[in-house]
Design a protein around this ligand. Structure first.
Ligand code: ADP
Length: 180
């Protein structure tokens, strides 16, 4: 499904984030920036070693990436030009500011993209895999944060939410329907 806010198309689709042709894709990385499983593993596997080389440089210069923050690297062999790496919160029953941190992931990824003049961006469902964030709650934060940002800054052409499973897609679609 898709909606348009101002000039920005917001799309929810089922697919593989590594295959998206938006100018940048977002990686649900971990603080080490040295790669991991899930979407992180898929991005490094498909994008090749160039991404990890840049992550290592950032890590050397700035240390580990705190949850909620975002950094950018080239995208190696991917169709996208750039990867924005952000670290989601690990779900701890909602008692550890997880909602605020997850919101920061989306906000900081969007503002970093805008700073770099990136006009189209694909997000995976940050934190809802290995990090255990319940997807009904996470999808509300993901979609409402993007809508809020897009209403405030008329900049992006397209923002995609790329869901791996049909179930995740259905949850995001229901959330979007409830928010608009
Ligand atoms: P986190 O550690 O932030 O929870 P994961 O990578 O474990 O991140 O999972 C985040 C979401 O990404 C999950 O819903 C998972 O199914 C999904 N995912 C895994 N591989 C891909 C892929 N290639 N494209 C899009 N989404 C993916």
């Amino acid at each position: 499904m898709q909606i348009t806010i101002d000039k920005t198309r917001i799309e929810i689709l089922q697919g593989d984030i590594t295959k998206q042709d938006t100018q940048a894709i977002v990686n649900a990385a971990n603080s080490s920036l040295l790669g991991g499983g899930g979407v992180d593993g898929a991005i490094h596997r498909t994008g090749g070693p160039e991404i990890l080389e840049h992550c290592k440089k950032i890590r050397k210069e700035y240390g580990t990436l705190p949850p909620g923050n975002a950094v950018i690297t080239p995208a190696g062999n991917l169709t996208a030009e750039f990867v924005i790496h952000t670290v989601g919160p690990i779900w701890r029953e909602g008692k550890n500011h997880e909602a605020e941190v997850l919101k920061n992931c989306y906000k900081n990824s969007l503002s970093l993209a805008q700073r770099e003049m990136i006009r189209s961006l694909s997000f995976p469902s940050i934190s809802t895999g290995a990090y255990g964030y319940p997807i009904d709650k996470a999808s509300k934060i993901a979609i409402s944060t993007v809508i809020e940002y897009v209403k405030k800054h008329s900049f992006f052409d397209e923002i995609r939410f790329v869901l791996f499973s049909q179930y995740d897609l259905a949850v995001y679609e229901e959330t979007m329907n409830n928010l608009i």
